[in-house]
Ligand binder design. Structure first.
Ligand SMILES: Nc1ncnc2c1ncn2[C@@H]1O[C@H](COP(=O)(O)OP(=O)(O)OP(=O)(O)O)[C@@H](O)[C@H]1O
Length: 253
């Protein structure tokens, strides 16, 4: 059973003259322990698909199964699933600069149900922050950190609830090469515990470190639900990773 299965997802924004059909019947499965990269030109619908799959945007039509169960429609149930199943990593970090690293990282746990007590929240934040090599910065204000360090804080926050699927939208766009490499290594390391990654990226260097690449254009996947590399491919990708499976004519941006 796929960890997540999207079938025929469509999304229309607005109405009348401002109507935009952003996605047209997209189907995609994500399996446990794999990293899937989504590539395509700007405006082709990558963020929209990530938002539908991550339950931060309602679908116009189509079906989304999470561990074989239809995604809930009630906002309360969706919020719970967002907190326990997904981790989110955004391009613009979405870090609260005036808050400490610890406060930033505990945010997802504050909404967790059943509730996670304060002491446990802090302990989990500490572990997550240490896992990205920033143990020394736990009490620092985020504003005092470099861009790459802030992005590591964002990763710690995306992982603090031990999500099954990490959704990352252009996670390296604002980073230099070395930092981007390090961020991708951290991101892909979730496969070590069987979690999966779905990442939208314009960067072929990110895509080639994933297990599979899907190409999107004009709101469609080039080859819906394409071939899947066996789950359990080597974890914590390195430059010597095998070439990813590429579907469609990606890389033409
Ligand atoms: N909130 C919105 N209201 C109306 N149209 C939107 C909205 N969000 C996105 N769109 C439109 O939907 C289409 C897909 O946008 P989306 O952001 O998903 O593309 P993308 O592939 O992620 O682009 P990029 O690579 O530039 O981030 C575009 O035509 C965009 O203008």
């Amino acid at each position: 059973m796929a960890l997540l299965e999207a079938s025929g997802l469509s999304k229309t924004y607005g109405q009348g003259r401002s109507r935009v059909e952003a996605l047209h019947g997209v189907s995609l499965s994500v399996w446990a322990g794999e990293a899937v990269a989504m590539m395509g030109p700007s405006g082709c619908g990558k963020s929209t698909l990530l938002n539908l799959i991550g339950l931060t945007l309602p679908v116009t039509s189509g079906q989304l199964l999470v561990r074989g169960e239809p995604a809930p429609t009630r906002e309360r149930d969706r919020a719970r699933l967002r907190n326990e199943f997904f981790g989110y990593l955004h391009q613009e970090f979405a870090i609260v600069e005036s808050d400490t690293v610890a406060a930033n990282v505990t945010i997802p746990l504050e909404y967790a149900r059943p509730r996670v007590g304060r002491r446990q929240r802090l302990e989990r934040a500490r572990r997550a922050v240490e896992s990205v090599g920033l143990g020394w910065a736990l009490r620092r204000r985020a504003a005092e950190l470099s861009g790459g360090e802030r992005q590591r804080v964002a990763i710690a926050r995306a992982l603090v609830n031990e999500p099954h699927l990490v959704i990352a939208d252009e996670p390296t766009a604002a980073l230099d090469l070395a930092t981007a490499r390090e961020i991708v290594t951290l991101l892909l390391s979730v496969r070590q515990r069987g979690a999966s990654v779905l990442v939208a990226t314009h960067d072929p260097r990110v895509a080639e470190r994933c297990d599979r690449v899907v190409a999107m254009s004009d709101g469609r996947l080039a080859d819906d639900d394409s071939e899947v590399l066996a789950a359990g491919t080597p974890v914590d990708a390195t430059p010597t990773d095998p070439a990813p499976t590429v579907s469609g004519n990606h890389g033409s941006e």
